[in-house]
Design a binder for this molecule. Structure first.
Ligand code: CP3
Length: 351
């Protein structure tokens, strides 16, 4: 079987599938003992620039869980580090920026991204290893990148980001344009090297009302997705955020082929909000993996039933795997989704 015939790419293209494909956001990472072993003593961001290590960490969940896609081990701040932004990822906290970006002059510290040879090399190594399993490349969307750069680190309410957005639209647009250019260049590095699909993470954009999303964010995310469509027309584009129930339609309309749905909106309702012509991805609550197996199975069944309303469904969590998750719980979910949706046993496999 070729990569293009894989269940994951077929589901993204809304074609019939032999079974519902599964992958998990943050499938590589601290939930895996083999990850903790290879990362021992190597700072997170340094590890993202070591092609052999990136390859090994990306492959770990594919081997262990039998997921239908790999996602490049990297981070949304990797392209920012690549253009020279002074930042670090602090364990248990997240990205921390040494000098936050808050003025027009600060934008000088965000030059264009040209190449990221270490990432391109990791993608080439991975594509050679993965056979017919597709590799998903990714980037952070401009709003989420801006939130880290403006706040200086993670924020519960995005207060400085929103103050800048509403208070100085000219600076905001200039910042978003820079970040959109960087995100698009980073996606093209991965696609040129052989990634089959991309996911644009706008993790924190759920902080905005739809009207302001359309004014201040959507044009910039749309430019990234259109840029990918132009240079790599065959690569499906997934767009995801957390708490984005009110934004699902507009995020789809930004140019996504697949809309990622968090666990707060049932998939059939998400399909109604998004409208026709899109596949959906999601949406098992990652905290549910701490519940007994029967509860996870029941919720998985509910999601698969709701997903019958979709033209294409990629099973995933509603957000990333939490570090304390029992990896065996994830293995069981993959097996359950595959069993329940094998051709002939589910209408989602035959429509
Ligand atoms: O999904 C995957 O398996 C691929 C790897 C991946 C990572 N980060 C690795 C990582 C992906 C896709 C990301 C994206 C990312 N990074 C997002 C968007 C997705 C989301 O979760 O909403 C965001 C917001 C970030 C920023 C970030 N990086 C955070 C909030 C953290 C967690 C900090 C902590 O320690 O709790 C990181 C660090 C990070 N990125 C880790 C991993 C595996 C953990 C660092 C470690 O192992 O020490």
């Amino acid at each position: 079987m070729s990569t293009q015939d894989s269940a994951f790419l077929r589901a993204c293209r809304r074609e019939p599938v032999p079974l519902t494909p599964v992958w998990f956001m943050r499938q590589a990472g601290r939930a895996l003992p083999e990850y903790r072993a290879v990362r021992e003593g190597i700072p997170m961001l340094d590890s993202c620039f070591q092609p052999d290590l990136v390859t090994e960490i990306t492959l770990q969940p594919v081997r262990r869980f039998g997921v239908d896609a790999a996602i490049l081990f990297s981070d949304i701040v990797v392209p920012l580090r690549a253009v020279g932004v002074d930042l670090d990822i602090v364990a248990g906290v997240g990205p921390v920026i040494a000098e936050p970006i808050r003025t027009m002059q600060d934008l000088d510290r965000l030059p264009a991204l040209e190449q990221v040879p270490e990432v391109a090399e990791a993608v080439r190594l991975l594509v050679a290893e993965l056979g017919s399993t597709p590799l998903i490349g990714f980037a952070g969307a401009p709003f989420t990148l801006a939130s880290y750069l403006v706040e200086g680190g993670p924020s519960k309410d995005q207060r400085r980001t929103k103050a800048l957005m509403y208070g100085d639209p000219a600076l905001w647009n200039a910042l978003m344009e820079r970040l959109a250019d960087i995100a698009l260049a980073f996606l093209r590095v991965q696609l040129d090297a052989g990634a089959s699909a991309i996911q644009l993470f706008d993790s924190w954009v759920g902080a905005l009302p739809a009207e302001d999303y359309r004014t201040f964010v959507q044009p910039h995310s749309a430019r990234i997705l259109a840029g990918v469509a132009e240079s790599h027309p065959d690569a499906p584009k997934i767009h995801f955020g957390v708490g984005t129930g009110e934004l699902l339609h507009d995020m789809g309309a930004a140019g996504a082929d697949v809309v990622g749905v968090d666990f707060r909106v049932p998939l059939d309702e998400a399909v109604r909000r998004i409208g026709p012509g899109k596949a959906v991805q999601g949406n098992l609550d990652p905290t549910l993996l701490f519940a007994p197996t029967e509860a996870v199975r029941a919720m998985t069944e509910r999601i698969l039933a709701q997903a019958k309303a979709a033209e294409g469904h990629v099973f995933n969590l509603g957000h990333g795997v939490l570090p304390e998750t029992d990896p065996d719980a994830l293995t069981r979910v993959v097996a359950h989704v595959h069993e329940a949706t094998q051709a002939g046993t589910s209408s989602s496999a035959s429509n």
